[in-house]
Ligand binder design. Structure first.
Ligand code: SAH
Length: 243
């Protein structure tokens, strides 16, 4: 009957909302992605069907198949939970699933989740907006580098924090793009790996050091003056605290 598009948060059960928790407890079938934590998956009732459509490298359940699967499951079950890491609408393709389900006449409820785009910086002590330092934030995918049509260097120079998801592999290209666009090489940045999990790790650097950082996905890259906050010397914007 109803498909619930649920955000699982970036970490384990501690970052799941109560609404998500309650829906998982009564789910008949759960269709989930790769980034959903094991302790969240453990909440799925033993009698419920569990379908992993996680996109592993080279082996992806196509979005078309996932959409069709959700429509057909909705015909057979009262409570279908579509579980995604973070928030379902932040690079989660939740919007596409919503459109297909609505077109098929399937009732949908959206259960927002804590997004890594904001939570990962937050747990590192980095506010993505900060009065007098950052007037806003731009959340962008870095999986193919940064879009050359958009002047991200200028946005950042004018006080926007850049929050880059899926950017680890292209970090060298991203740094080159921003520096050649006029963003200062000493602009502070932070990379937060596996935020809100026991493996959480925060690396602070300057833009010029991004390419050579030893970091792995999943990670959020935060670029801008706020990335200097929350370090050992909370509040200091001095250059000397960076590697
Ligand atoms: N819908 C998700 C994002 C999906 S895109 C959300 O709202 O968080 C996948 C990207 O999200 C990863 O490549 C990484 O950049 C980021 N990400 C997801 N979980 C993360 C975590 N626990 N720590 C750091 N980055 C994370």
């Amino acid at each position: 009957m109803t498909v619930y598009l649920v955000g699982a948060g970036p970490g384990g059960v501690d970052t799941l909302t109560m609404r998500g928790f309650r829906l998982l407890e009564r789910a008949e079938v759960v269709v989930h992605d790769r980034l959903v934590a094991q302790d969240v998956l453990a909440l799925i009732p033993s009698g419920a069907e569990r379908i992993d459509v996680g996109k592993h490298k080279g082996m992806a359940a196509s979005q078309g198949l996932i959409n069709a699967l959700l429509v057909s499951l909705a015909k057979r079950h009262d409570c279908v939970v579509r579980l995604k890491g973070g928030d379902p609408f932040v690079f989660g393709r939740g919007g596409e699933e919503l459109i297909v389900l609505r077109e098929a006449g399937v009732p949908v409820e959206i259960v927002p989740g804590v997004t890594s785009a904001i939570a990962a910086p937050a747990v590192a002590g980095i506010p993505v907006t900060h009065r007098g330092i950052a007037c806003g934030a731009v959340i962008v995918t870095g999986h193919a580098g940064l879009d050359p049509e958009i002047d991200f260097a200028e946005l950042c120079r004018r006080g926007m924090t850049l929050v880059i998801l899926m950017g680890v592999e292209q970090r060298e290209t991203i740094a080159r793009h921003l520096i050649s666009g006029g963003l200062a090489a000493h602009t502070p940045l932070a990379v937060i790996e596996r935020a809100c999990t026991p493996g959480q790790h925060v690396v602070r650097a300057k833009l010029e050091g991004l390419a050579s950082l030893d970091v792995t996905s999943p990670a959020v890259i935060v670029i801008g003056a706020v990335a200097a906050l929350g370090g050992a010397t909370l509040g200091a914007l001095a250059d000397n605290q960076f590697v």
